[in-house]
Design a protein around this ligand. Structure first.
Ligand SMILES: C[S@@+](CC[C@H](N)C(=O)[O-])C[C@H]1O[C@@H](n2cnc3c(N)ncnc32)[C@H](O)[C@@H]1O
Length: 332
């Protein structure tokens, strides 16, 4: 048996349906997804203002526009929740519980005072966690499906940390025609990723590791086929997520694939128990649980897709732990 794989967690990770692990979150999500078209039609004026702000911010970022965008996106998110729960006290109770669960408090790895060694250690642990639990393999399937009809597909993983996912994919995929790049705005993570890329196994596809802000993608408009972003949007405020999706849709011919933590009480409990069994280091345990509280319901991802101007928007839960958005500018 592979000594890196956890005997209990690995076999069940990803196999539990979200309706079983997060039944209440999924009920709220279904109601929010159903309410989304009504919200977008009812708030057409604000939706148009958001689209205009996103267009302007792509070419001439102004702090005041970012403040307005943040306000508008937050307001729409709350209105979506309210609309979904209208006249349904049971759903409202679930919504209130979800509001208590959700938290915007930064993770320790985002705190200005946290040392570089902690950042590097968290990134290594996250990489090991994703390898061991089969997350990379599941994300690979989503990525390859999104570019199935694109020969020589150019894929950029943004906010990629130390490039763990694409380095894994480069080693394991059967598709030898992919052009892979991984970017992050942290020079430390980029350096960590470049060192890892230099140590790649013979036969792996090369991965370019570079520095880039995931919310400033206008300079690569049309230059890639898929923008991927895993486990990073929960580190960003709503306006920046909207910017990432908006600019990503214009950077990539086949759209944006966001994969991030599904917010649910069950997920938070599992993260607490799972990190306790696999990595009993307090900062990692705290951040694992906090990342779930900062996570998403798929309907929130869908809202970002529509606000960013996507015509094709698919947002759902993947397994017990992840919310996934695939958005494309054109309907197919
Ligand atoms: C939890 S790590 C996830 C790393 C990797 N995507 C993964 O799944 O393992 C979050 C990453 O997002 C990066 N990040 C946050 N905001 C960013 C931005 N605006 N541009 C680029 N990177 C960003 C951080 O530097 C960090 O490496």
């Amino acid at each position: 048996m592979n000594p890196h794989r956890h005997p209990i967690l690995t076999p069940i990770a990803g196999r539990i349906p979200p309706t079983l692990s997060a039944p209440l979150a999924m009920r709220l999500d279904a109601a929010m997804q159903a309410a989304l078209p009504t919200l977008l039609a009812r708030e057409a004026y604000v939706v148009t203002r958001v689209a205009t702000l996103l267009d302007v911010l792509a070419v001439a970022p102004e702090p005041a526009d970012l403040v307005q965008l943040e306000h508008d996106v937050r307001t729409l998110k709350q209105q979506l929740r309210d609309l979904a729960c209208q006249g349904q006290p049971g759903l409202r109770a679930i919504e209130l519980a979800d509001r208590l669960l959700a938290s915007e408090r930064p993770e320790l790895m985002d705190a200005a005072w946290s040392p570089a060694w902690l950042h590097a250690a968290e990134m290594r642990w996250l990489d090991k966690f994703n390898r061991d639990l089969g997350n990379y393999a599941r994300w690979q399937a989503l990525v390859l499906a999104a570019v199935a009809d694109v020969p020589e597909a150019r894929i950029e993983d943004v906010a990629a940390g130390a490039a763990g996912f694409l380095l894994w994919l480069a080693e394991h995929t059967d598709r030898r025609d992919l052009h892979l790049s991984a970017s992050d705005y942290s020079t430390n993570y980029v350096a960590q990723g470049q060192r890892a890329a230099a140590r790649a196994k013979p036969g792996a596809i090369p991965v370019a590791v570079l520095r880039r802000d995931a919310t400033h993608l206008a300079s690569i408009a049309g230059q890639v086929d898929l923008i991927v972003c895993t486990q990073a949007t929960h580190h960003m405020p709503p306006a920046l997520i909207a910017r990432l999706v908006h600019q990503g849709l214009r950077a990539a011919t086949h759209g944006v694939l966001l994969i991030d933590v599904l917010r649910s009480a069950g997920g938070m409990l599992a993260a607490g128990i799972g990190t306790n069994l696999s990595t009993p280091a307090p900062p990692l345990m705290i951040d694992a649980m906090q990342s779930i509280r900062r996570g998403f319901l798929p309907a929130e991802f869908a809202l970002y897709g529509h606000l960013a101007g996507a015509r094709y928007v698919r947002a759902d839960a993947q397994g017990p732990a992840y919310a996934v958005l695939h958005a494309r500018l054109h309907a197919q």
